[in-house]
Write a protein that binds this ligand. Structure first.
Ligand SMILES: Nc1ncnc2c1ncn2[C@@H]1O[C@H](COP(=O)(O)OP(=O)(O)O)[C@@H](O)[C@H]1O
Ligand SMILES: [Mg+2]
Length: 466
């Protein structure tokens, strides 16, 4: 599989001139042993391998000293990553998520964007119901897609589509392609603190106590929200708790039940995990607190299932036992668009705790996380301290710029010449970027590089069929 000795160099628009003249040399980048290309997100350890690389774009700065203008950017997808994408609305964040998903998923046709890639599994939380188009090639009859097809030609890339793309919607959402699966969450997968977040109470409040006692009583059984309500309503249970408290909890749980998001036998995360498959959860129509519970349950279960899977593999390898009969993939990616919705830092969020655990310990379980947000200041620092790769698109507000810059896992650029002017403030540089342009910051690179993200090979959504 790894017979290709160098990365293709004929990709991209072959720019030979750039308006961006970086005044600080690029002292260190990771390059393949032969030919051109820059490898992102890889440690020295596997520096010479050319397998599992996904093409994400190209360098668009000219640089004092050695210039890499036009060089292809290839993301390592072997090592689990925590990737952070920030930018204002319309700057290209969701587009990047699509580009990354194309790079790791099974495609219908072989594509040069995947260099010796073993397809991986992903779960995407789609806050705007726009990613279902990953399953389709761009269509010339749609103006947005027609432009995309021109871009693809300029970049010498062919249209493609995902081979295994499953779309999930909650009951409240109208199906629109009729290929969607309706999903719900198992009430028994929700933690007491998550119910408390949904009813806006602390776990240590009287109402929180009612929830905790109820969940404890059910133990390992599977139960529905209706079962919980019946338990709390019954006079025989929870004696010593004020009736008004019980009534308040019941009232709120009934309200939650109306969303039809919870059931006795809901989502089984393990059933989503197949190599090469992308699972899209279109959750635009859920309330924000419900979106956070979806994120929390998926992150926790992924962590548990994949942690056990890798622990079993390690033991087998240690004792030199034969193959792993499990059909689970060895690597799974969780993509969260509009991540500030599920991991805000200004209020308690169970999803935030789940994601902190996921990034801190997920690498050993083969888990990657990709977060995109327009509010960089809103994401928990414990998550951002684990970021090893950042895509910084255009930002305008100083508070967001400061927050985003703090989390670039390498140095920022100190000086840039553009149209005769010299700019030395990184925030001012970020303000200049167009949609699809960004600074890519990588552990193994001496500083962030001005880059253009390649066009999407699958249809770019963002509109709904009428
Ligand atoms: N790499 C890119 N190449 C070409 N066009 C892009 C690129 N990134 C973004 N765009 C354009 O910008 C628009 C907004 O991008 P999008 O990713 O939806 O923004 P965001 O998620 O940041 O709000 C897209 O619909 C597309 O037209
Ligand atoms: Mg978006």
């Amino acid at each position: 599989m790894n017979s290709k000795q160098s990365l293709p160099s004929q990709l991209g628009k072959s720019v030979d001139k750039s308006p961006f003249n970086a005044q600080e040399a690029l002292l260190k980048v990771m390059q393949p042993p032969k030919g051109s290309g820059i490898i992102l997100g890889r440690s020295n350890r596997s520096k010479d391998s050319l397998s599992n690389l996904a093409y994400v774009g190209q360098v668009i700065e000219s640089t004092v000293g050695r210039s890499y203008l036009g060089t292809g950017l290839w993301l390592d997808i072997d090592f689990p990553h925590v990737i952070y994408i920030s930018g204002t609305r319309g700057s290209g964040k969701s587009f990047d998520l699509g580009v990354l998903i194309e790079g790791i998923s099974a495609l219908v046709e072989p594509s040069v964007i995947q260099h010796s890639v073993t397809p991986q599994c992903s779960i995407l939380l789609d806050m705007q119901n726009q990613f279902w188009t990953l399953a389709y090639e761009p269509r010339a009859n749609i103006p947005e897609n027609a432009q995309q097809l021109d871009e693809l030609k300029a970049w010498k890339l062919a249209a493609n589509r995902l081979a295994d793309c499953q779309v999930f919607i909650p009951k409240v959402t109208e199906p629109f392609t009729n290929t969607e699966h309706v999903f719900s969450l198992s009430a028994s997968d929700v933690l007491p603190e998550e119910w408390c977040a949904l009813i806006d109470q602390s776990l240590y409040s009287p109402q929180g106590h009612v929830i905790a006692a109820c969940v404890e009583r059910f133990g390992d059984d599977r139960y529905s929200l209706g079962d919980m309500i019946r338990f709390i309503e019954s006079d025989a249970n929870l004696q010593g708790t004020a009736e008004a408290t019980r009534n308040a909890v019941v009232y709120k749980l009934r309200d939650i039940d109306r969303t039809q998001l919870f059931s006795r036998d809901g989502l089984n995360v393990q059933s989503l995990l197949h190599p090469g498959r992308c699972n899209i959860f279109m959750i635009r129509d859920l309330r924000n607190e419900d979106k956070a519970i979806v994120a929390s349950i998926i992150a926790r279960q992924l962590f548990r299932i994949m942690g056990q899977h890798h622990a079993r593999r390690k033991v087998k390898a240690f004792f030199d036992e034969d193959g792993d009969e499990s059909t689970l993939p060895n690597k799974v990616w969780l993509f969260i668009d509009e991540a500030h919705i599920v991991a805000p830092n200004d209020r308690p969020s169970p999803a935030r705790e789940a994601l902190v655990e996921y990034v801190k310990r997920g690498r050993d379980a083969g888990l990657s996380l990709v977060l995109a947000t327009q509010q960089p200041s809103a994401i928990d620092d414990r998550i951002l301290s684990q970021v090893n790769l950042s895509f910084n698109h255009r930002l305008t507000f100083q508070s967001d710029i400061s927050a985003a810059v703090n989390r670039v896992p390498t140095k920022t650029l100190s000086s840039l010449k553009l149209a005769g002017a010299t700019i030395s403030d990184f925030g001012d540089m970020l303000r200049l970027l167009d949609a699809g342009e960004c600074f890519i910051g990588d552990h193994s690179t001496s500083r962030a590089i001005i880059s253009a993200i390649r066009p999407r090979i699958t249809s770019h959504g963002g509109y709904n069929p009428s």
